[in-house]
Design a protein around this ligand. Structure first.
Ligand code: FMN
Length: 168
């Protein structure tokens, strides 16, 4: 494990994120991971933050609301099967980690683990969250991205990055 600054490999990481990264959550003894393609690393309130957007109908949303922490894993290897399963199936109905042969390892600073895959990992504590308001959204984007499923507006979560590192 090599500890690196939150903005290390920023260009590569945004590229990886746009193809699919893993957002892992834990509440009680339930651990779940889902694929994210949107979000980013930045600075807010003088803190390094990872922002993610999670639709309210995701199981991840339920876990995040309880735990208020998450990890993000940007894989540096190709994981097509894991991206497909974790990006289409819900942890409500199955244990996605074991279905994909994925395992987790303990985080350094928070209770939510990180995926045991080579890549860059971020440990985050939610410092702000907010359901997006339709009235503030560009009309064309509203038509393009929403109303296809129930409860599909995103909740924005800003997580303070409390640790970041790379694993092989
Ligand atoms: C490439 C890709 C990117 C995705 N990005 C997001 C995202 O940023 N936010 C989101 O809410 N869902 C996103 N999804 C959909 C979720 O990963 C998917 O609905 C998942 O099954 C939810 O799992 P859960 O119910 O266990 O939380 C994405 C799916 C794919 C394949």
């Amino acid at each position: 494990m090599q500890r690196v600054p939150y903005n290390f490999n920023a260009q590569k990481n945004l590229d990886v994120l746009s193809k699919g990264a893993f957002l892992t959550t834990k509440s009680g003894n339930k651990i779940n991971t889902m694929v994210i393609g949107w979000g980013g690393v930045g600075v807010l309130w003088r803190l390094p933050v990872f922002n993610v957007v999670v639709r309210q109908n995701r199981f991840t949303y339920e876990l995040l609301e309880k735990s208020r922490e998450f990890t993000v894993t940007l894989p540096y290897v190709d994981l097509p099967q894991a991206l497909s399963v974790c990006g289409t199936q819900s942890g409500r109905n199955m244990d996605k980690l074991s279905a994909c042969g994925l395992s987790v390892v303990k985080s350094q600073k928070i209770a939510t683990p990180v995926l045991a895959v080579p890549g860059m990992h971020f440990e985050c504590k939610v410092v702000y969250n907010r359901l997006m308001g339709q009235e503030h959204l560009d009309k064309a984007l509203n038509e393009l991205w929403y109303h296809k499923e129930p409860n599909d507006y995103h909740v924005f979560y800003f997580g303070e990055i409390v640790d970041s590192y790379i694993t092989d």
